[in-house]
Design a protein around this ligand. Sequence first.
Ligand SMILES: [Zn+2]
Length: 251
Amino acid sequence: MKEQLALLRELQNIDLELDEITNKKEDIVARLKENTGFLDKLVEDLNSQKEELEEIRSLQLRKNDDLKEVKSQLSERQKRLREVGSAKEYNAVEKEIESFKKSAEQTEEELLHLLEVIESTEESIKEKEDKIVQLREGIASDEGEAEKRLAELDSQIKALEERQEEARGEVSKRVIHKYDFIRSRRPGLAIVAAKEGHCEGCFMALPPQQFIEIQRGQSLEICPSCNRILYFWEDAIGEASPSEALKAEEA
Ligand SMILES: [Zn+2]
């Protein structure tokens, strides 16, 4: 059993490395997705702002027409004022002139305000367009980098999977089944050390008789608390621990 457990520790190191690389791949893909999501949002904002601008511009056209109309009414009344006969009529036309003047002033003010809105909207559209160009460039170069990195990780995965298959072939079916079952229920460690009477996976004390069995290493021992496979810690002295195995791979 001790030999089986040693093989299982080796397999676990490989599997943990595979987990780590798979996580790295997922991070890269998620980051790319985040970037394109941000870009899509910005393009959407830009399009709605362009529509807004079109609406403001058509309002501007309508207001300009209104102003022309008011001004022509105004000059018509001013002409009429010179031709009226009675004081009563004069007053009535004068009143109309006042009202047209007010209306023209108000429309001019509105047009001025619209002009300001148009200018600031155009500025904001320009900023967004520049930002979108930058983002697209950034994303294109990120994607290039990411593809390279993903290809590297894929080749690491391929090499590890070969080692994994080899290691699995050397472990007995019963032990592999137990190991796979534990890993299917919880990611991370499936086989942990038993040291000084406790499980190093959950740090719970083990029954003394079980600890003796683990030291003997003739049976497959499972932690009663965390259900992981246990080995006697001294048996693994000199072996690379999972984190060391990972570091060695990085270097
Ligand atoms: Zn445990």
